[in-house]
Design a protein around this ligand. Structure first.
Ligand code: FE
Ligand code: FE
Ligand code: FE
Length: 191
């Protein structure tokens, strides 16, 4: 039997992948990394806009003044992050559009459940920090991925803008950890 050429081999691999359990792509599915980058931006656009409202609710339910201030600061940052996404869409020559982020929807719902499951005070504050950190980690992962795509695609300007947001998400996460371990979780533990 003749040896498979590279192109034949990759066709064979694709065919193999298309057999068992393969997901059928939608008609508008991304065909390249650039399109996939734009999809990711739309996902984050949805996530950030819905998060800005969810953070207001978390802030109102926090008892610790320091936690209220930390969330307040991140509400302002989130507004700026939405504006940055607008800028990135523009740089890429794409229309700013939101597409539902299933993960953020779930994380926001989980945050609401946590608030319902806790009495207002240090325990709820510990819960709000937990929920907020899950959100920040999702954002850190998402922005990190899109920044690496921008780098590969030579989108330096977009990369720089997204990096600013990534730094804010990381700072917020660090601040929440500090607040949790230095006081809020300790207070919750002595309730
Ligand atoms: Fe954000
Ligand atoms: Fe998402
Ligand atoms: Fe954030």
């Amino acid at each position: 039997m003749a040896k498979l050429t590279n192109s034949k081999a990759s066709t064979a691999t694709k065919e193999k992948a298309a057999t068992k359990g393969a997901v059928k792509a939608k008609s508008d599915a991304a065909e390249n990394l650039r399109e996939f980058l734009v999809d990711g931006l739309k996902d984050l656009y949805w996530a950030e806009t819905h998060l800005s409202k969810a953070l207001v609710k978390m802030q109102k339910n926090a008892s610790s003044v320091k936690l209220q201030e930390a969330i307040d600061q991140h509400i302002t940052e989130t507004e700026e992050q939405i504006a940055r996404l607008d800028q990135v869409f523009e740089i890429l020559g794409e229309k700013a559009k939101a597409e539902k982020c299933e993960a953020m929807e779930g994380l926001i719902k989980e945050g609401e459940s946590i608030m319902k499951e806790t009495e207002a005070g240090p325990v709820r504050d510990a819960g709000i920090i937990a929920a907020a950190q899950k959100v920040e980690h999702y954002e850190i992962a998402s922005y990190g991925t899109l920044i690496s795509y921008c780098e590969l695609l030579g989108e330096k300007e977009a990369m720089k803008i997204l990096k600013q947001t990534l730094d804010e998400e990381k700072n917020c996460d660090t601040l929440l950890t500090k607040l949790a371990i230095s006081e809020i979780n300790l207070e919750a533990a002595s309730e």
